[in-house]
Write a protein that binds this ligand. Structure first.
Ligand SMILES: Cc1cc2nc3c(=O)[nH]c(=O)nc-3n(C[C@H](O)[C@H](O)[C@H](O)COP(=O)(O)OP(=O)(O)OC[C@H]3O[C@@H](n4cnc5c(N)ncnc54)[C@H](O)[C@@H]3O)c2cc1C
Length: 453
């Protein structure tokens, strides 16, 4: 039986960089991936969705050409070509990873479904396809998949979800999206801008459930202006096929008909067939419990990325590999105590870091809040992108930022100014008193900070 110092199960956003890094520290590694290296992000998540969203934005801008004094008589969407472009980007990124990792002795890559199978003395036994290997440490990085809610009739439908949307090359005529979270909103706007009618059905009273209500309302308003229909606080009783389409039956609201159903109702951890019970790893509803060093309750078994619950992003999974490197091969100083930002890649984007206003108020701290409307920024008018606002929340006694929300063009880039400030634990006056280039959206970042005092 082959023995490795570290076995990584799952070639996702933590597993791949860790497989590169650990051999450089002299560790003998095996990386076991059941399907494609790169995981969700590369194969159907961040990469293709952002590629598709770029096509959608271009279509949207082309339709607005007259506002800029240009004549583009008609904008024709070749949906299959849009999907093909996204697939090509996936193929390019995936083959880059494959070229870098496969055919090597260390790290060795095994393509197979893996599961833990108890211990052999101090070592963990892992079954990977028809091979069994032993490891001193095991890193679990198996990610998540789309959760399909147990709605009556859903099993009879051919649903589209985050894992299979790239296989659908025909433009849906009328798409019903179940869920109002990040993936749902990004995809709803994508299909709408491609030309589909889109209806979003959300169980909660607001979309983007983790955001402040004013942020969610502003985003919903923008999406409604593009023609997306929303049904909030909607409890779905059942779904069914009707003719060549589908019907979603909503309690007390009636039936909504569509041609396609996109289910974006949460993610489910890929831990059900991992054999974690054979070594006693603790889980809570499928989520692996791990501490700030990413150690599970079983010494030698570590968990990274989405399967730990909490913020499910590529950048957090990627940073987990640095924590694991530090814990397994380094000075053990790095932990998950970190500032975690994220973005919603609608157009305009939302860039977020730290607490929301709601969370800050609940924290009991004395806070200052400032809101700056993007249309007051001159560049936003010059380039025709006046929608959105910025909200910054600071600790009233120290002036340090507790959180920020930026909604505007390129907000996912701009919010990094606030991220840096928070990482430096510097007061907002650092931004307020600096000189920013005119005309830029960055000036709006400064304007919001200036409003804090
Ligand atoms: C549609 C969509 C859009 C997204 N957009 C963004 C975005 O813009 N920005 C962002 O930060 N995040 C985004 N995400 C989230 C991001 O993709 C994930 O947070 C990230 O990929 C998590 O990385 P991971 O390593 O935990 O898991 P994954 O990337 O999911 O990798 C897990 C890997 O483990 C493999 N695996 C599972 N079980 C086994 C097993 N038993 N044996 C062997 N291999 C196994 C899987 O095949 C997979 O390759 C998006 C997700 C989706 C679905």
């Amino acid at each position: 039986m082959n023995h490795y110092e570290v076995a990584i199960i799952g070639g996702g956003q933590a597993g791949v960089p860790l497989a590169y890094a650990l051999p450089r520290a002299g560790k003998r590694i095996v990386l076991i991936e059941r399907k494609h290296l790169g995981g969700s992000c590369v194969n159907f998540g961040c990469a293709p969705t952002k590629a598709a969203i770029a096509s959608a934005r271009l279509a949207h801008l082309a339709r607005r050409a007259a506002e800029f004094g240009l004549r583009i008589p008609s904008v024709e969407v070749d949906f299959a070509a849009v999907i093909q472009r996204a697939r090509d980007i996936v193929a390019g990124q995936r083959s880059g990873i494959e070229r870098g990792l496969t055919g090597k002795d260390n790290p060795r890559v095994i393509t197979a479904q893996a599961r833990l199978d108890g211990r052999d003395g101090d070592r963990f036994r892992i079954v990977a396809g028809d091979e069994t290997v032993l490891a001193d440490h095991v890193v679990l990085d198996t990610g998540t998949r789309s959760a399909i809610p147990p709605i009556d009739g859903i099993g009879d439908l051919d649903v589209i979800h985050a894992g299979n949307w790239l296989e659908h090359t025909e433009l849906p005529q009328r798409m019903i999206v179940i869920g109002g979270g990040v993936i749902a909103l990004e995809m709803a706007q994508f299909y709408r801008r491609m030309g589909s009618e889109v209806v979003v059905i959300e169980a909660l009273a607001q979309i983007a459930g983790s955001e402040d209500p004013d942020v969610a309302e502003a985003l919903q308003d923008l999406l409604e202006r593009e023609g997306i229909e929303f049904h909030l606080e909607a409890k779905i009783d059942r779904v069914e096929k009707r003719g060549s389409g589908i019907v979603v039956q909503i309690a007390e609201k009636g039936a909504i008909a569509g041609t396609h159903l996109f289910v974006a109702a949460g993610r489910k951890p890929n831990t059900d067939d991992l054999g974690l019970d054979t070594v006693g790893v603790k889980m809570n509803r499928g989520i692996v419990e791990a501490d700030e060093r990413l150690s599970t309750n079983v010494r030698g078994i570590w968990a990274a990325g989405d399967i730990r619950g909490g913020p499910m992003f590529t950048h957090t999974a990627w940073d987990d590999h640095r924590v694991l490197y530090s814990q397994i091969a380094g000075d053990r100083s790095r932990t998950t105590e970190r500032v975690v930002p994220y973005a919603i890649f609608t157009d305009p984007e939302i860039g977020r870091v730290g607490m929301t206003e709601t969370q800050a108020r609940k924290s009991g701290k004395e806070i200052k809040v400032a809101r700056f409307e993007i249309r007051r920024n001159s560049k936003s008018l010059e380039i025709g992108e006046p929608d959105g606002f910025i909200k910054v929340i600071a600790d009233a006694s120290t002036g340090q930022l507790l959180g920020a929300m930026v909604m505007c063009n390129e907000a996912a880039e701009l919010v990094h100014i606030y991220i840096d400030l928070m990482n430096a634990r510097a007061p907002f006056s650092v931004i307020r008193d600096a000189v920013y280039i005119h005309p830029t959206f960055a000036e709006a970042i400064q304007s919001a900070a200036t409003m804090l005092g």
